[in-house]
Design a protein around this ligand. Structure first.
Ligand code: PLP
Length: 223
């Protein structure tokens, strides 16, 4: 649908009705490059109604936005430790129903190292990782999950959103226009267009001097 354009759910519904060969739908829950939060619950309902399988990249939403793999009909949910779970990089994980994982036995592995079926079998049957585990990253994830559970996703989401609201209100007063329409923005990331006459490097360096870090999106998004 294009960068920063909300998903047209009716178009997805129509495409699935029209083409029986579509077996899976893939969704990036939060498009981190644009700050757009996609409507997982609504899409999940459509995909389930058409009896297809839903794969969700929830990497930058886990911990920050509501997500329920059962209620939202997510078959494959992919996450990492290092975004809104606030852990260290080094661990990623996939959540899927046991029946889907067992179904992987019919899929020929495409890579040796990232063979999900082999990882699942090793961890499930042998109670051990397939390769040398990054033990320090797993311990860090365990602590990060404890802290997430302690804070709760609802409170963390509100914490992010309150800060985002402050930044958004302040930048709006200075003529910065958000890329993504209101109502479609995630709580963790906001992308703004540079107003005329403001140079990115200058803005970055001035903010950095005051202890704030921003990063630039691909230039095509700013236009
Ligand atoms: C960061 C990110 C990735 C990549 O995850 P890494 O942990 O950086 O490898 C994939 N998808 C989304 C939506 C992300 O935000």
């Amino acid at each position: 649908f294009g960068w920063g354009q909300p998903i047209d759910l009716a178009a997805v519904d129509a495409a699935l009705a029209e083409d029986a060969t579509i077996s899976h739908v893939g969704l990036v829950h939060h498009e981190t490059s644009t700050g757009m939060l996609n409507p997982l619950a609504e899409l999940g309902e459509i995909v389930a109604r058409h009896d297809r399988s839903l794969i969700v990249d929830a990497i930058s939403t886990l911990g920050a936005e509501p997500l329920d793999v059962v209620a939202d009909h997510v078959d494959w949910c992919v996450g990492t430790a290092n975004k809104c779970l606030e852990g260290l990089p080094g661990t990623s994980f996939v959540c899927a129903p046991r029946s889907s994982l067992d179904g992987l036995s019919e899929v020929r592995p495409r890579t040796y190292y990232l063979d999900l079926r082999a990882h699942h079998v090793a961890q499930d049957r042998d109670r051990a990782p397939l390769f040398t585990p990054a033990v320090q990253a797993l311990y860090a994830l365990d602590v990060a999950l404890d802290l997430t559970l302690e804070e709760t996703v609802a409170v963390r989401s509100r914490r992010y959103r309150e800060r985002a609201d402050r930044v958004r209100a302040h930048l709006a007063r200075h003529g910065f226009e958000p890329l993504v329409p209101d109502g479609h923005r995630a709580s963790s990331v906001t992308v703004f267009r540079l107003p005329d006459g403001v140079e990115y490097q200058h803005l970055h360096d001035r903010l950095k001097a005051d202890g704030f870090v921003i990063y630039g999106c691909p230039p095509r998004l700013g236009r």
